[in-house]
Design a protein around this ligand. Structure first.
Ligand code: AMP
Length: 210
């Protein structure tokens, strides 16, 4: 396997699991959400186009996201393989991915009850510099508002509001569930119970991909 794709609803733990997998399996994590947030922070043309879509909980247009992924995959630093968090989210993105890079792949679908995922999102904190993920209740940063890893600013994401979260779930059901079914039909998809503490979920995932 060269490419591991993490699927799951918002708040299912894709980002957190991607970080752990990156650390232990020497795969490079590619998160389109992180790429887009950093484009917004740097005020690039792509960031300016993406911003309103993201803040409302909608999807950024395929053309823009596909181009960002194509650029990222062409950088030549992925020889050991990569783990994708948040891409592909539409069938057009999945088709583009197989054309850009026909790497051997596995996909993991992290399944979690919506109520648990929403509760996680509404208490989530994120480092605005390195993207590290915290939780107000279960995993606060050691120093209030400051990232343990890079000392960056730890904040609430602007799309972790009740309204944007509701829209993100709608979009997930309509646009991304068909992509997950498509990977199921390709016979490369494993399902994992994403409920409970991150360490437990990670053990289940490790068992699938080791
Ligand atoms: P995430 O960090 O994966 O939760 O993504 C945050 C937001 O970025 C999403 O709600 C979308 O607005 C946008 N986004 C991230 N990845 C994609 C993608 N593959 N396609 C379209 N929009 C995306």
């Amino acid at each position: 396997m060269k490419r591991l794709i993490l699927f799951g609803a918002p708040g299912s733990g894709k980002g957190t699991m991607g970080d752990l997998i990156q650390r232990d399996f020497h795969l490079v994590k590619i998160s389109t959400g992180d790429i887009l947030r950093s484009a917004i922070q740097q005020d690039t043309a792509e960031g300016r186009r993406a911003r309103a879509f993201m803040e409302s909980g909608g999807l950024v247009p395929d053309k823009l996201v596909i181009e960002l992924v194509r650029l990222r995959l062409s950088r030549g630093d992925l020889n050991g393989g990569y783990v994708m968090d948040g891409y592909p989210r539409t069938l057009a993105q999945a088709q583009a991915l197989s054309l850009i890079a026909s790497d051997s792949e596995k996909a993991v679908f992290i399944e979690v009850m919506e109520a648990e995922a929403v509760a996680r999102l509404l208490s989530r904190l994120t480092c605005s510099d390195c993207g590290a993920i915290y939780n107000q209740l279960t995993k606060p940063p050691q120093k209030d508002g400051i990232c343990d890893i890079c000392r960056g600013r730890v904040v609430r994401r602007t799309d972790d509001t009740e309204e944007a979260v509701r829209q993100r779930f709608r979009v997930y059901a309509e646009r991304t569930m068909p992509v997950i079914e498509y990977y199921g039909r390709k016979n490369v998809l494993a399902r994992v119970d994403g409920g409970g503490a991150a360490a437990q979920v990670y053990l289940r995932i490790k068992g699938l991909i080791a």
